[in-house]
Design a protein around this ligand. Structure first.
Ligand code: ADP
Length: 626
């Protein structure tokens, strides 16, 4: 019999399939079962819509039969079958639906990836078998045909016998090699596990003859084992079941079963959409941050199913980075099974789904904030940072989505508050949303810079996360209220004029500050009388956009350029210390030098910044004590 040749791109892929050392060979079964399911779909539909065909639900199934003796694995279906022409067309050329993209993919990337992410349909059978035989009888035909191929050198088609309509795929399983154990694809328990893993939710029964143990007749101790036909898959996935019939426990179990995490999810979201795009989804918000969340190893994404068949383990395009902690899956009727990653990214349906999902997560989180504040705060502790990164990244374009999910510790409420809560209780004359930055709430609590704002009775938000100030700089404003740091130059607070200083006093002070500025040259941009200090003698503030806190964060990054905020040393002219400064300025310049450096270093310490020379600093303190 003359051998027919595969079409060129099919040949390429076949080579790849046969020769690849591939760790996920097991997916061949998923691919074949999914083809079988599609074939049954077609005849099922016919039977449902054509009254001349008798309809019996039990006639539609898939059967998997390993035969260790002959080293074969058979996958049979009662689907629509293929005619001789169809065998030639469908199996002689690579999946038509995907052929264009495959050609590109093969050139673009390493073949292992294609197989792993998407499977490549029928051809994946060659990953585990030397010879593939397809015996098929098409619906409406009395003849059956046998298609056979041992790989890239071509295939044959000949007439054969088959009693019923449908397709048998018979794989001659490869011999074990040193590195690869192909035997496992003949083991019932292993096949069962693979079916459970990938095809559990196929809507037709997948049957296997499994050995089960029974009490021997007439005995209550002795067992005997015999084969019994079992249905391996559960057929109805949880996401297709009615929400009202499911308990929280069902969802929690599913979360564990799927290995989404070891914790109990804080919330599950079950979505069923029928519309421009139809899909079901189950999403989880974990309670705890996965240990690898902030490492390169962490991959965001949702499992993607097409018609109940898993096509991708982690589809990253379904989740924005700021919701990367969400786990779960999406199942859509509108996606093709053999879609490639490249094509998927631009798929209109997928984009729609992703957008829907994003909005749903957002609204569910907002809901949780309203109705389960404690839980939300727990969530925020674990993942709030991710939301703030979300605002900071992409030039603030996610501001609208995320701003109402933010929380900060409040100086007044002594607990976490939202921006909306803050703004809604702002006194009329208050112009800005005030914040203070620092290592911890306790340290911020003591910041001298906050004195004026606090005295005014205004609420201050405490920023303790590196990313906080960067995010709100990106936001610029919330509900038209701009953010202001209590250490910033313009606080927007009217201050009463200092008691009228005489012109000469004013001039003297100015000279003093100029002198101090020259002592601290290169360290501060200015020295001036403070309006914000009430009790403390000294503090640092900053001018311009770059705050001292941001300087700290930026400088802690690897390979950071040496960036400096414009610092201003503020002196409280009502404080006793100021008198000493004036005195020293008049009588003892050496002392002024000492005092100025001491005050500057104090201000650095308060700010949590390192002092340039700690030894000199402590020696200077001793000098004063003497
Ligand atoms: P895809 O399923 O993406 O089209 P495949 O290479 O897996 O790609 O299959 C190619 C074609 O062969 C299918 O589209 C289908 O028409 C046909 N086919 C494969 N398996 C079967 C089967 N078990 N029964 C009927 N037709 C099948």
């Amino acid at each position: 019999m003359a051998k027919k040749q595969f079409k060129t791109e099919s040949k390429k892929l076949l080579d790849l399939m046969i020769n690849s050392i591939y760790t996920h060979r097991e997916i061949f079964l998923r691919e074949l079962i999914s083809n079988a399911s599609d074939a049954i779909d077609k005849i099922y539909y016919k039977a449902l819509t054509d009254e001349s065909i008798s309809f019996d639900k039990d006639n539609y199934y898939i059967k998997v039969v390993p035969d260790k003796g002959n080293r074969t694995l058979r996958i049979s279906d009662t689907g629509i079958g293929m005619t001789k022409e169809e065998l030639d067309d469908n199996l002689g050329v690579i999946a038509k639906s995907g052929s264009l993209s495959f050609k590109k993919e093969i050139e673009l990337m390493d073949g292992h990836d294609i197989i792993g992410q998407f499977g490549v349909g029928f051809y994946s059978a060659f990953m585990v078998s030397d010879t593939v035989t397809v015996i098929s009888r098409a619906y409406g035909s009395d003849d059956a045909y046998k298609w056979q191929s041992s790989g890239a050198d071509g295939y044959t088609i000949e007439l054969c016998e088959k009693d019923t309509v449908g397709t048998d795929i018979i794989l001659k399983i490869k011999e074990n090699t040193e590195d690869e154990k192909y035997d496992e694809y003949l083991e019932e328990y292993r096949l069962k596990a693979i079916i459970k893993k990938y095809s559990d939710f196929i809507r037709y029964p997948i049957k296997m003859d499994m050995v089960s143990k029974h009490l021997k007749e007439g005995s209550d101790k002795e067992y005997e084992g015999y084969k019994e036909e079992q249905i391996i898959n559960s057929m109805v996935p949880i996401w297709k079941r009615n929400k009202n019939e499911l308990t929280k426990e069902d969802y929690d179990n599913f979360y564990l079963e799927k290995h989404y995490g070891f914790d109990k999810p804080i919330k599950h979201i079950h979505i069923s959409v029928d519309g421009a795009v139809s899909y079901n989804a189950i999403l989880f918000i974990p309670e705890k941050m996965p240990f690898d969340f902030y490492t390169k190893e962490y991959e965001k994404g949702l499992e993607l199913y097409s018609k109940g068949v898993m096509i991708m383990n982690k589809c990253p395009d379904l989740l924005p980075d700021y919701f990367s902690f969400v786990k779960g899956l999406v199942d859509s009727e509108d996606l093709s099974l053999n879609i490639s990653r490249e094509i998927l990214q631009h798929d209109r349906q997928l984009k729609l789904i992703a957008k829907n999902i994003k909005n749903k997560i957002k609204s569910e989180l907002e809901n949780l904030l309203k109705t389960g504040r404690d839980k939300y705060e727990e969530f925020y502790k674990a993942f709030g940072r991710q939301l703030k990164y979300g605002i900071y990244s992409e030039f603030g374009s996610n501001k609208e989505t995320l701003q109402d999910l933010l929380m900060f510790y409040s100086s007044k409420e002594k607990k976490m508050v939202t921006l909306d809560e803050y703004v809604s209780r702002m006194p009329q004359e208050q112009k800005y949303i005030y914040y203070a930055t620092g290592e911890s709430n306790e340290r911020i609590e003591k910041l001298p810079q906050a004195e004026l704002v606090s005295e005014k009775g205004y609420e201050i938000l405490y920023f303790t996360d590196d990313v906080d100030e960067f995010s709100i700089k990106m936001m610029m404003a919330y509900k038209d209220k701009e953010f202001r740091s209590v250490s910033g130059s313009d606080l927007g607070i009217e201050v009463e004029e200092k008691k009228n200083l005489s012109d000469s006093e004013e001039k003297d002070n100015k000279e003093l500050f100029e002198h101090m500025k020259s002592i601290l040259s290169g360290k501060v941009k200015d020295v001036r009388a403070s309006v914000r200090l009430k009790n403390h003698p000294v503090c640092l503030s900053n001018e311009g956009e770059l705050s001292i806190e941001m300087e700290k964060v930026l400088n802690s990054m690897p390979n950071s350029p040496d960036i400096k905020a414009d610092k201003v040393l503020e002196i409280n002219t009502d404080h006793e210390v100021f008198k000493s400064l004036k005195e020293a300025y008049e009588k003892d310049k050496e002392k002024l030098n000492l005092y100025t450096n001491l005050l500057y270093n104090q201000a650095l310490l308060i700010e949590g910044l390192p002092i340039g020379d700690p030894v000199e600093f402590t020696n200077n303190i001793c000098k004063i004590m003497k």
